[in-house]
Design a binder for this molecule. Structure first.
Ligand code: S3P
Length: 443
């Protein structure tokens, strides 16, 4: 186990800056996977160059896809739907990425050979039965039978059938898995999906894949007919709102500070963090709103706020803020009054059990918390100031636990030893560079 750590023993001074964050992870992985199924050369600009996307490219290369990665763009030479060069004894490594693991499987459902899918320690603990079940219903084979997590073997079938799938968790990964499988399934696949991020739908629309969507308040009804082929396509990838969230909160909690974050994807299905923080008293504003490849983008402006207040967070915002709750909990700890977040059991299914770890960290810094498997009540304290020693270790190298801890240290004080700084490489390699740019001192 790596024993690397960083030390922070000084709060950050006020700042007034303009920053950019790395490209959106969900879009980067989806572009690469879909480009591999298109015919000919597709290019992505501002692709996130993190371990999760690099692992995506490595898996595609092993499947016979040619890829050029330069400073300016990434080019993928797609081989068409089901054009992979399947070989015997293939092992594909998803590393830390649930999105890669769960979105790659549906592209392998015609493999004539068994393919082994592996992941790191964190990913190997996570539930894959949620995607194995619908794929099995389509006729795909998995070995060992009834295994729910990685490593696992997948073997395709010649006799795949369309299914009617109900997605009840609000999981975009499950929905997208079935959508991608539909590219290989004869006839019409239908999905009833609880609301979740809709990047796959928007990309399908760009690619003119035959699809109908009926949107209702809580669910979307999606029907997809297998396309004959997909044309190659280029994508400009905006910055990731999940990465921006850490800097939004650092600014909110640092006196007299202002921050402009340029060109961020503000897809409404990802905007929960802004809605929740604004309900808590933040005044986050969006400027320069435009659409690029059907995805809404904007510059985000945020300044520090004195009077943050607690929130009884409506559960219908959960899916649109699912990766931001750790950092939202930190704001709740500094807000006046009690905050309540419910129906959040999915948070324990992430890179680490985040509901559990989030409440542990708040507890450690002296914030009263009542939590169970599904919800958390945070008793906020606007006068929260820290002056003790804090160690953050053994969190399954969850990148978002690391980043939340750094923001806690820089905004609340105390002396912090935070392990596994390399964890940020999975989603946000520039994180510590930007932290330094804002003036923070880190050893
Ligand atoms: C993602 C969906 C979410 C999110 C993950 C990325 C995606 O997971 O937590 O970081 O790109 O589809 P779930 O779909 O499992 O909620």
């Amino acid at each position: 186990m790596s024993s690397k750590f960083i030390k922070i023993d000084k709060k950050i001074n006020y700042f007034n800056k303009i920053i950019k964050v790395d490209g959106d992870k969900s879009l980067s992985i989806r572009w690469a996977l879909l480009a591999s199924q298109a015919i000919g050369n597709s290019k992505a600009f501002n692709l996130l160059k993190s371990e999760d996307t690099i692992n995506t490219l490595k898996c595609l290369k092993k499947l016979g896809i040619k890829i050029k990665l330069s400073k300016k763009f990434c080019q993928i030479e797609g081989r068409g739907i089901n054009g992979f060069l399947f070989k015997k004894n293939l092992i594909l490594n998803s590393g830390n990425s649930g999105t890669l693991g769960r979105l790659l499987l549906p592209l392998l459902i015609k493999s004539p050979y068994k393919i082994k899918i592996v992941g790191d320690k964190s990913l190997s603990k996570r539930d894959f039965s949620r995607v194995i079940k619908p794929l099995k219903n389509m006729g795909v084979n998995f070995y060992p039978q009834n295994k729910k997590n990685l490593p696992i073997f997948i073997k395709g079938s010649k006799y795949l059938r369309p299914i009617k799938y109900i997605e009840n968790r609000g999981s975009a990964q499950c929905k997208s898995c079935v959508m991608l499988a539909a590219l290989n399934i004869p006839g019409e696949t239908s999905i009833t999906a609880k609301k979740s991020r809709n990047h796959t739908e928007l990309l399908f629309k760009n690619l003119k894949i035959p699809m109908k969507i009926i949107k209702k308040k809580k669910y979307d009804f999606i029907k997809i007919i297998k396309p004959k082929s997909i044309n190659s396509f280029n994508l400009k990838i905006p910055g990731d709102i999940s990465s921006s969230a850490f800097f939004i909160v650092l600014t909110l909690l640092t006196k007299n500070s202002k921050l402009l974050i340029k060109n961020i994807n503000i897809n409404p299905s990802r905007l929960g963090v802004i809605k929740i923080l604004n309900k808590m008293g933040a005044k986050i504003k969006l400027f320069n709103i435009k659409k690029i490849n059907n995805e809404k983008c904007a510059d985000i402006f945020v300044k520090s706020v004195k009077n943050l207040k607690g929130i009884n967070c409506p559960s219908n915002l959960n899916s649109s803020a699912i990766d931001e709750f750790l950092i939202i909990f930190l704001v709740a700890a500094k807000a006046k009054g009690i905050s309540y977040f419910k129906n959040l059991s999915e948070l324990n299914q992430k890179e680490s059990p985040r509901l559990k770890i989030g409440s542990k960290i708040l507890n450690m810094i002296g914030v009263k918390v009542i939590s169970n498997k599904n919800s958390i009540k945070i008793y906020g304290n606007p006068n929260l100031k820290l002056n003790k020693n804090y160690v953050i270790k053994n969190f399954l190298k969850d990148h978002r636990v690391f980043m939340m801890s750094v923001i806690s240290a820089l905004s609340l004080g105390g002396t912090w030893k935070i392990y596994n700084p390399e964890s940020v490489k999975t989603s946000f390699p520039s994180f510590l560079k930007i932290i330094s740019k804002l003036g923070a001192k880190i050893n």
